[in-house]
Design a protein around this ligand. Sequence first.
Ligand SMILES: Cc1ncc(COP(=O)(O)O)c(C=O)c1O
Length: 400
Amino acid sequence: MTKEMIREMIEQNGVQTPCYLFDVDELTDRVRRIQEELAVCGSGLCFAIKANPFLIPALDAVIPKYEVCSPGELEICRAVCIAGKKIIFSGVVKSEEDIRTALAYPVETITVESYRQWQLLKECAAEVDRKTKVLLRLSSGAQFGMERETVLQVAEELKAVPQLVFGGLHYFAGTQRKGCKYEKELPMLAELMGELREKYGADDMILEYGPGLPTPYFEGDSFENPFEGIQNLAAYIAAQRYPFRVNIELGRYIAASCGHYVTRIVDCKTAEERNYCLVDGGIHHVVYYGQNMAMRRPIVHHIAAGEPDGEEQEYMICGSLCTFADLLVRGLPLRNPQIGDWLVFDQIGAYSVTEAAYLFLSRNLPAVYLYSKEKGIRSVRDSVAAWEINAGKLETYVRK
Ligand SMILES: Cc1ncc(COP(=O)(O)O)c(C=O)c1O
């Protein structure tokens, strides 16, 4: 989506700001390209919906699997009518009720992250008369997953539960990872898959693998080949000729590039020889992994309501929170920015909409819009009042 398209959209459609604008055509094109690359190694693609659940309906025609990581995420899937056969229900904490709800959905696949989760799953599965696939999450050294011995023990015990089918391993060790960490992880995982296959003889086992492929966000990052990460990974997997399928689980790499954050300049001033633009949004809506006090500069476009004139000058772009931390961009070169102009932040499609610190200062949550050539711009969430959440149950403590 070009800057001109965004200008047209916000001028002609009266969009509320601040808002997120997700370009569905860009998203689905990207997913198709990722899948073309993965065809080289026969891998399927799974979208980790925590990155951006607003994209699920748009993705449904092109994405075969979703990683769904909490009861709330499962409710979103239910609300937008996602078939259970597409769902891998994961999560480091799963209560008995969560597991029961997932089995009743019914999801096709559920992960096990601890021996305690296994015990709960075993009990809950005994109450249903359908089969559910189980992926055992191997620990990468943090709170997630189980150590190798526990994985082997659970795989052994799984044989005794007719409602559960051993489906393979789940592994995710981190996000926005630089370098080819998979060159170390995949041989280790392949070795364990081999042992499991030998002992439990399941031919259709899969390795559900989240490589945490990185996304460029800032000036100086490489935007040249947006598919380099997946090409290299697919080529590596293809060369290994594994006797099992590796499915690739991604969030950021799928969703980041389709998103723009639009915020309006609401005040301009100069103090101590520094120029400031104050915007109606702020850092409570924007999450760029690796950003800290605007030390790096994201890709930002200025859309002037009138004709911008004059020399470029540097501006501090600050949000509407009462904290020094609300600095979105340091020293952004702009030509005569005015109140009413817009600033558009790129690469915002992953995690900003789910991970941002929305409640601080009780300002509203941003509106959300989807855009496609076919359907134009559609509002999928109005701005939401945060104050009501922060006010709590008024009837319990406000005197009438
Ligand atoms: C289990 C799991 N899979 C996949 C992902 C997606 O990671 P990324 O956005 O880096 O692709 C996450 C992110 O936290 C995760 O926890």
